[in-house]
Each structure stands twice: as C-alpha cells, then as structure tokens.
Design a protein around this ligand. Structure first.
Ligand code: ZN
Length: 161
C-alpha cells in the first residue's frame, strides 16, 4: 500500500486505493490539507515511456524508504485520543445517517440510533486506536474492543507522548 507523509507534522499515513484518486488530503493528526502526491491526471502519464515510468517508481520507492527511516525515532503510533464528546457509528451507513440527522437537528432520530445500539457515545479523553483513515471520517476502536466505530476526523487527534 502507498504511504503519504504529512508535510507539516511528518506523520506517515497509509493511502487506500479510494484515497489515491483524491486531489487533496487532510492530515488526521494536525488537520493540514495538502496535495495528494499520487493524484495524477491520466493525460500526464500517458506520454511517459516504460523506462521513464520505471525510473519514477524507483525514485518514489527510494523516497518512501528514506522517509520511513527518518521517522523511525519519532515512532509512529496508531493511538489516538477523543477530543470532544461525540456519537460514534457502528457502521458506515449509520455514520451517514448520523451526519444527516445532525444537519437536520433531529435529536430524536439520533436518540433512536443510540437505543438501537447502532450509535454509541464516545467521551472526550477516551483512548482509541486508529483502524483506518479517510478524508472526512475515520474508523477507530476502543481499547480492548474489536468493535469498529466511525467518527469525524475532527473528534480525534494523535496522542502525544
Ligand atoms: Zn499532519
């Protein structure tokens, strides 16, 4: 899998296939938005010869190896902390529902998701592990739990040592 390094805080993020097609990315840890180095207009790459392509791939691999080595001592951690009281969804669909209920200010609908167990409250200061990271939301799990939780990126930050 490709990795991308935040230009500001130098944290390495894994780049999923769907994110690779995004023009810009937002760092989960510091909120910086930056250009996706893997994003390309197909017109640009068509004109490259096979040899040129191989050269670029080797170049990218060397850079990644360099960055991984460089970040060794800052030790990348997947441990995150919840920054504000929020509701976490237990699946992607519920996450979308929560967002639309919140936009409509429909507190009763949110309460229904909680009663059904599809959404759970997540409190400020709770420790979570990052499972995967997307542009506008991320998937985390609580310590000791295997249940995946969908929340907004702005509700978590990487725990500082
Ligand atoms: Zn960052």
């Amino acid at each position: 899998m490709n990795t991308v390094t935040c230009p500001k805080c130098k944290i390495i993020h894994e780049l999923t296939k769907e994110l690779a097609n995004e023009e810009s990315l937002t760092c989960l840890a510091c909120g910086t938005t930056f250009k996706n180095p893997y994003y390309s207009n197909s017109t640009n790459t068509v004109s490259l010869t096979k040899k040129q392509k191989r050269g670029i791939i080797v170049f990218v691999v060397i850079i990644i190896l360099y960055l991984i080595g460089k970040n060794d001592d800052t030790s990348y951690s997947s441990q995150y902390i919840v920054t504000k009281d929020t509701y976490a969804a237990t699946d992607k669909q519920t996450r979308d529902d929560l967002v639309s209920y919140a936009l409509n200010n429909d507190i009763q609908a949110v309460r229904n998701l909680l009663i059904q167990g599809k959404a759970v409250p997540l409190n400020k200061g709770e420790e979570v592990y990052l499972v995967s990271y997307r542009l506008s939301y991320c998937v985390v799990r609580k310590k000791g739990s295997s249940q995946k939780l969908w929340i907004n990126n702005e509700c978590v930050k990487q725990q500082s040592k």
